[in-house]
Write a protein that binds this ligand. Structure first.
Ligand code: ADE
Length: 418
């Protein structure tokens, strides 16, 4: 079996961590039982480009038990948990191509290695497999039944491919499932982003001005949790509806040029480029901490920050100090890569349970509906989304009410008023 990982000796630790995460993934566990019995993915070659974490380890196991031949590569050069990749290779016999801290060349080499198996299904977090297949490996496109996409950024890329009519196979936007983005993006990113910032810096959040740039589901989660930790939260937004929502959620809202002067901590979660730029660095206070929790490391203009600095050094793991011409010091976390996955462990298994249940069931749905799907971006079928919510509640021991026949009839009848 071919693989490229940091160190096989880390496998035992990785196995324990995969098993620990599995304890908090009961929905995925229920799919595992079914897949192991029925082998619905038998004969399918599946290449996954996901953050290599203990939660992803559980998903890989489920897909393999379902009969698929799986191979895993990282969806970010800094998010890999090297012990997990070792365990997947040694104990689960799953080929992994991922090393934490790999350079861009190795990152793309690993993506190519994951595609060398000539997959029928691609499973992406950020659309790098789709992008590679459509640019440099077009000859493989006829093999592909379809793909799934985990994240907002990937879905945006795919929708623009579909719009330009260049997307050559159907993709399910897992991110668009309610059981994904309402929980993973909000509560997952909210908690894990603070976790990453705290592990990297060990600062006290209470009383700090905490600037969140972007008020999508991830931004809402980060803002909510930063407020819970006692920070004074400022939101910067370009979308008037989201900005209004932030105002009525009780946050201060202002342009980044004004927030730049006030912030002690800045977090970008926009999906866009050069959101924090040189003019903002120039206005920041001495000691400001800057982090990103969006998918790509483009949200903070790092070359711009470098150009303003007369000196830089790594002060702690994941904390780079930039000394500007006037002596102010700014601190960039985790090279501007996803701080929650680089400096911490990503979202807790409790939410990844639902995200990855969507992934597993979407892969099966692709297989079962291959002849009906066009080369478009599809949502996760509502039945799958609702079933995941039902099973999740059930595993949490939470019961809910049901509509009576009379209530159902009332909701379907436009004639009845007061
Ligand atoms: N994305 C965010 N958190 C994650 C995790 N724990 N595992 C895989 N992908 C993630």
């Amino acid at each position: 079996m071919e693989f490229d990982i940091k160190d096989l000796n880390l496998a035992q630790k990785g196995k324990h961590r995969i098993e620990w995460a599995g304890r908090f993934m009961p929905v995925l566990e229920s799919i595992k039982q079914k897949f192991a019995k029925e082998k619905p993915l038998k004969g399918v070659r599946l290449s996954a480009c996901l953050h290599v974490t203990s939660e992803t380890g559980n998903l890989m196991e489920v897909l393999k038990l379902g009969g698929a031949e799986v191979v895993l590569t990282a969806s970010n050069p800094l998010s890999t948990q090297d012990d997990v990749s070792a365990a997947l290779v040694k104990y689960y016999k799953i080929p992994v191509f991922a090393i934490k801290g790999e350079n861009d060349k190795t990152y793309y080499q690993h993506i190519n290695q994951a595609l060398d198996v000539r997959p029928h299904i691609t499973m992406d977090d950020g659309a790098d497999l789709v992008s590679m297949l459509h640019s440099k490996r077009k000859n493989q496109l006829p093999d592909i039944i379809g793909g799934t996409e985990e994240t907002t950024t990937g879905v945006i890329r795919l929708k623009s491919m579909a719009q330009a009519k260049v997307l050559s196979y159907p993709v399910i936007a897992v991110n668009d499932a309610k059981t994904k983005h309402l929980f993973d993006n909000r509560y997952g990113t909210g908690q894990s982003t603070l976790d990453g910032i705290l592990r990297a810096t060990n600062i006290l959040l209470a009383g700090l001005n905490f600037v969140v740039v972007g008020y999508g589901w991830c931004g809402r989660g980060v803002a909510m949790r930063a407020r819970g930790a006692g920070s004074l939260v400022i939101i910067c937004e370009v979308d008037p509806l989201k900005a209004l929502e932030a105002v009525m959620d009780g946050f201060q809202v202002m342009p980044l040029k004004d927030a730049a002067k006030l912030g002690d901590v800045f977090v970008t979660v926009t999906g866009d480029k050069n959101v924090i730029d040189t003019r903002h660095f120039s206005a920041m206070k001495d000691g400001a901490i800057i982090a990103n929790s969006g998918h790509f490391n483009v949200e903070i203009n790092i070359p711009g920050l470098r150009s303003l600095a007369k000196k830089k050094r790594l002060t702690r793991e994941f904390v780079e100090e930039f000394i500007l011409e006037d002596g102010r010091k700014l601190y960039l976390l985790a090279d501007g890569r996803l701080v929650n996955l680089s400096a911490a462990e990503g979202h807790p298994a409790m939410v990844m349970d639902m995200s990855f249940a969507n992934q597993a069931l979407s892969a099966l749905h692709l297989l079962n509906s291959a002849d009906k799907l066009e080369n478009k971006v599809y949502g996760v079928p509502t039945e799958i989304d609702e079933e995941i919510a039902r099973v999740k509640l059930d595993t949490m021991g939470i019961k809910i009410d049901k509509l009576s026949v009379e209530q159902k009839k009332y909701l379907a009848d436009w004639k009845e008023g007061t």
